[in-house]
Design a protein around this ligand. Structure first.
Ligand code: AMP
Length: 591
């Protein structure tokens, strides 16, 4: 095959052929596609008597009782240079203690536990312990401010929250009164603040034996929040059956093998950090490396080399930051153990793929999925050549297509290669979301004619490879984190000087996009630097650094439709100097 055209950027980079290697979990893509069945994938799970299935049982308990009992399940590298290796047997004991503690506290199956922690062992124990006891768990990103936390815990009607004393004081205590369902707050360590209980003594007094309860594969297991253009965040419901997809995608799309040292750099506060930062490596019997510290070029190379990482799953923003540091930063680090490198979460520029090949000795393998799909749907597989800029091909068992939405609300599948449209996936894989909590209508809108509508625009080339084009809606991807503009705007308009606000994503060479706000001021307020800083500070305090805008512009008026909806798209087109498109619905004076 000749060079591939990245039409979006007008660049052309050659396909990367790979050196022959002894074996891959997926050797022959077409043959596996033809023979794959989800029922076969399900049979790889141990399961429970009577057809049950429990994620934590598959991830931890079965290994703790088998040949892998003494292998390292979690390899934790702490911020202060600490190092903890926790075997599958030890992890099973800790997870059982957490499950028993929940039972002792009266938290019942189906109720919701929220976990807001940095990447510390207690986070992994809390997530897996909740799953083992059939309590639904929702990990929250620790860089969220009080507002996003309160919204999510309210929607999820959280009964118990596990956090640290510092996060409690800064993010939960200010909104605790707004959370009447939240009966228990447990803080890591020995000492409890007023209104909380200390986790360590509670765990220490709980038994380390817990029989996996009967778990219906369709029992709700995980609640992952995601954002849309409008309205509150949506709590995507995932069930225990999802583990079938976590496991098999880990096996085929990440080429994971028992005994591998696997490092997923995503935070468990986002779906990648749970499906692949907790579940898939453990079901596959790997050692799950957890680095508590944030991104740091030298530390990352050092970790890859000294911990002999075999499979590395990271994200475009991080890769671009490594590229910025230059090839010299990689020099001197022995990466010969690194067998496979993958990336997810935002468009991976073709240069980043080839940079991997040139500087680290192999290309990054981009893959695509989202909160709602629960697991990898489209991937560049280890055995296949990589087309830089392409997201790859559908997982065996997954049918993906490009569609146009019809006037009747249905979808028309586009048969021609190279045509842009919405990326859709045929419904019915194990990790597909089962609903948005309490929002049936919003959930139903995601499906038409047996297809799940992803909200992403893409195209498919003549080889069946998918290429990302953009989002069909107004959500923003910044450093791999999905931000809903409405959530940000709602906080901005609570600033005493702000009358109206609109939030868009503007391109950024490293973060992909930055959150930018346009605000119209109430009469009597002057647009100056002091006010700009006051608005930025207000947003940061309420939303947290991961969500707050980095940029604020003042406008006299925001462009609106005649029905009063702010036209974010028009603001974005103006910001980027792009054609403004159809302005027929625009309110008269904002042109
Ligand atoms: P989230 O639900 O937060 O995981 O975000 C999912 C969204 O991230 C997708 O709908 C895409 O818009 C974007 N995304 C994920 N993976 C990729 C990728 N490989 N290339 C481009 N965009 C991606």
């Amino acid at each position: 095959m000749g060079p591939q055209q990245d039409t979006a950027a007008g660049r052309e980079l050659p396909q990367i052929e790979k050196a022959p290697r002894r074996s891959f979990n997926l050797e022959d893509y077409e043959a596996l596609r033809a023979s794959f069945s989800w029922a076969d994938a399900r049979r790889l799970m141990e399961g429970l008597p009577g057809g049950g299935l429990n994620i934590a049982h598959e991830a931890v308990i079965r290994h703790a009782r088998g040949a892998r009992a003494e292998s390292t399940a979690l390899l934790w590298l702490g911020r202060q240079g600490e190092r903890r290796e926790i075997s599958y047997r030890e992890l099973a004991g800790e997870v059982a203690r957490f499950a028993n503690m929940l039972r002792d506290l009266g938290v019942a199956p189906g109720e919701r536990v929220f976990v807001m922690l940095g990447r510390v062992p207690e986070l992994y124990i809390a997530v897996l312990g909740s799953l083992l006891s059939r309590v639904v768990v929702s990990p929250l990103f620790s860089a969220f401010g009080p507002e996003p936390v309160a919204t999510r815990v309210s929607i999820g009607q959280g009964r118990l929250l596990v956090t640290s004393p510092g996060l409690y004081a800064r993010k939960i205590a200010p909104v605790r009164d707004e959370l009447p369902t939240l009966q228990h707050v447990l803080v890591t360590g020995e000492v409890a603040a007023p209104g909380t209980a200390a986790l360590t003594p509670l765990l220490a007094s709980a038994s380390d034996e817990f029989e996996t309860p009967e778990t219906d594969p369709e029992d709700m297991a995980l609640l992952h929040f995601t954002s849309g253009t409008t309205g509150t965040p949506k709590g995507a419901i995932h069930v225990h059956e999802a583990v079938v997809a976590h496991h098999i995608t880990g096996h085929y799309a990440l080429d994971l093998r028992p005994g591998d040292i696997f490092w997923c750099t995503a935070d468990p506060g986002w779906v990648t950090g749970t499906s692949y930062g907790i579940i898939a490596p453990l079901t596959n019997g790997a050692t799950n490396l957890v680095l508590e510290s944030e991104f740091d070029v030298a530390l990352w190379y050092e970790t890859l080399a000294s911990e002999r990482v075999n499979v590395w799953y990271t994200a475009p923003t991080a890769i671009r930051r490594l590229m910025k540091a230059g090839p010299e930063a990689a020099r001197g680090h022995d990466l010969s153990h690194l067998r496979f490198m993958a990336s997810v979460g935002e468009p991976l520029n073709p240069e980043a793929v080839t940079w991997g090949q040139q500087v680290l000795g192999q290309p990054f393998h981009d893959n695509w999925w989202q909160t709602e799909t629960g697991g990898i749907m489209i991937a560049n597989f280890a055995a296949l050549p990589v087309k830089p800029g392409s997201m790859g091909r559908p997982m065996p068992g997954i049918e993906a297509a490009i569609a146009r939405r019809g006037a009747d609300g249905g979808v028309d599948i586009v048969q021609d290669a190279g045509v842009e449209g919405e990326l859709v996936i045929r419904s019915g894989w194990p990790s597909m979301m089962r609903g948005y909590l309490g929002e049936e209508a919003r959930y139903q809108k995601c499906f038409a004619g047996g297809w799940y509508l992803t909200g992403d625009l893409a195209r498919c080339d003549e080889d069946g490879c998918f290429w990302f084009v953009g989002r069909a809606d107004d959500v923003i991807k910044t450093s791999g984190h999905l931000i809903g503009p409405f959530e940000v705007e709602s906080v901005l308009i609570e600033h005493p000087a702000v009358a109206e606000a609109a939030v868009i994503g503007v391109p950024d060479a490293t973060a992909g996009e930055l959150v930018k706000a346009f605000v119209a001021l109430k009469t009597g307020h002057q647009p100056d630097e002091t006010l700009r800083r006051s608005i930025l500070g207000h947003a940061r305090q309420r939303l947290g650094p991961a969500v707050a805008p980095k940029l604020v512009d003042f406008c006299a008026d925001l462009p609106k439709t005649r029905s009063g909806k702010i036209m974010r798209r028009l603001l974005k087109a103006r910001e980027l100097g792009l054609p403004e498109g159809d302005l027929s619905t625009l309110e008269g004076d904002a042109r």
